[in-house]
Design a protein around this ligand. Structure first.
Ligand SMILES: Nc1ncnc2c1ncn2[C@@H]1O[C@H](COP(=O)(O)OP(=O)(O)O)[C@@H](O)[C@H]1O
Ligand SMILES: [Mg+2]
Length: 238
């Protein structure tokens, strides 16, 4: 429901922002740089731009319906994003890949997989301002029938899953914070740095893939996100 609402509003909102942006641009052009309002108008323009970026994310958030599900190799998508991430990460952050070489295929939308890995990667980077290690791992995991040890919020049925695990050695989170991280607009980052949509989007994508995301974290030690995807089942000839 949040998705639909966001999508509808975001579209109209974007059009309004274009108008604000456009008129501000015109006013800036007509003013000399020394004019007392010049800097204020630049602020307005930049803020309109930030609002536009935010609406773009809202639109992505509501685009769940457009997913194209195909057999996909999680390792392949990780290697692609890894190249991108490596270029943007500060040198104080180490990247480790530990990809299972017999990982099962999953049924997934490749661009959404990319979005998941990228968003988790960026969060891990933000959590390690003084450096550390980001580790991306894949593994096959068999989930048995629920046992007394199964966490209550663990919703997966028994079966075989391909697991994507991203961990960092960063600042970690309090229990209180962890209760809110999947809510849209929950962020602990400064205005302009965080939107609070990353994990909400990831949650939506994972759910639409019939998967599960879980998080473990310890303040000052680091955080791990595990995402479970049901493996792709080949259709048998009837
Ligand atoms: N790897 C991480 N380590 C510590 N905190 C995290 C991590 N990932 C997410 N968080 C917390 O969850 C919040 C929400 O994350 P997200 O939805 O991606 O929004 P944003 O990154 O824009 O703040 C973050 O602001 C942060 O408080
Ligand atoms: Mg984020």
């Amino acid at each position: 429901a949040i998705g639909n609402l966001a999508g509808g509003i975001a579209h109209d909102f974007n059009n309004l922002l274009q108008i604000i942006h456009g008129y501000t641009e015109i006013m800036i052009m007509k003013k000399d740089k020394t004019h007392p309002d010049y800097q204020k108008l630049i602020e307005v323009k930049q803020t309109a731009q930030r609002a536009t970026d935010l609406t773009k994310q809202l639109l992505t958030f509501s685009r769940k319906v457009e997913s194209v599900m195909k057999p996909a190799d999680l390792n392949h998508e990780i290697r692609q994003i890894h190249k991108l991430l490596e270029r943007t990460l500060p040198h104080v952050i180490n990247m480790e890949l530990k990809l299972s070489d017999d990982l099962h295929s999953i049924n997934a939308d490749k661009s959404q997989l990319g979005q998941i890995i990228m968003n988790l990667g960026v969060n891990a980077r933000d959590a390690m301002p003084n450096g550390g290690t980001m580790r991306i791992e894949t593994r096959n995991e068999v989930i048995e029938e629920k046992s007394p040890e199964t966490p209550e919020d663990f919703r997966l049925g028994p079966g075989i899953y391909a697991v994507l695990s991203i961990s960092d050695t960063g600042i970690g989170m309090t229990r209180d914070s962890m209760d809110h991280i999947f809510e849209p607009f929950y962020t602990t980052k400064e205005v302009g740095k965080g939107t609070g949509l990353g994990l909400a989007i990831i949650y939506g994508i994972v759910t639409s893939h019939n998967g599960h995301i879980s998080c473990t974290s310890e303040v000052g030690k680091g955080t791990t996100f595990d995402i479970y995807f049901p493996v792709f089942q080949k259709l048998l000839n009837a």
